[in-house]
Design a protein around this ligand. Sequence first.
Ligand SMILES: [Zn+2]
Length: 279
Amino acid sequence: MSQQIHNTKNIVENALKNSKLLKQGIVKGNWEKIVGKDLGRKTYVSEIRNGVLIINTENPVILHQLSFLKESIRSSVNDFLGIDYIIDIQYKVRKRNIEDIFENEGEEEEFDPKKIKLDNDYNKFIEEEVSVIENEEIKNRIKKLMEISKKKEKYLLQEGNKKCVYCGIIFSGKGNICINCLNEERKEKISKIFEKIKENPFIDYEMTKKFLLDIKEEEFLSIREKVKERVKILMYKEINDDNEEGFKYYARIFYKLETGIRDNGEIERLVNFQLLKFD
Ligand SMILES: [Zn+2]
């Protein structure tokens, strides 16, 4: 008997795991039901990442309260899902952005699942997915959740939104990558270019393309500017800490970036001249 339950659990778990949108959608869409109206209105689900449920709130006081409720929230969510899916919970104080609101509530009045028809292929897919689940109640619950989630997705796409090719979230705006993934991507590019610039400040667009294949020249130039600003800040930070060697290290990079001068003697003169100003 316990083996059977275990199997069912795996099936349900797999069904949920199959779609990031599905598992997040279930928890986000039922948040108030899961944690209660009071807490549900003061917090919202940001995402579930590798089994970690990330809950955001705009209010630091709530954050303190939440720290005592970790285990209780975790088990409420898992109870609702019918599986031990959430392994940990993280809290963050963060201003709620437009996408979060949009995802959770924005469409609630407009979105009517009855008006959205799923094509037969998808209905067949759901039937197949749930066919192995023996427990009728769980089967129907998963089926409904999958349907609603897909319908919501379809509705949002019909309304002119897009599905992020990286994370699958539905978003509005240009391109086919959501703002979160774009930011992540840019952060990664900046830190890669920063590392390369530390090795060689004269690195140009052609050289950058060798390790960032899809980078555009415009983007490279704007990141180079950004890195230069960062180097400048680090340079002043070092002088503030009275670290002359640290200052010189960043100042050399900065002046090479700023002037394009390759003559080391010339660069040293600029660095020392700047250092004198701080004395
Ligand atoms: Zn994304």
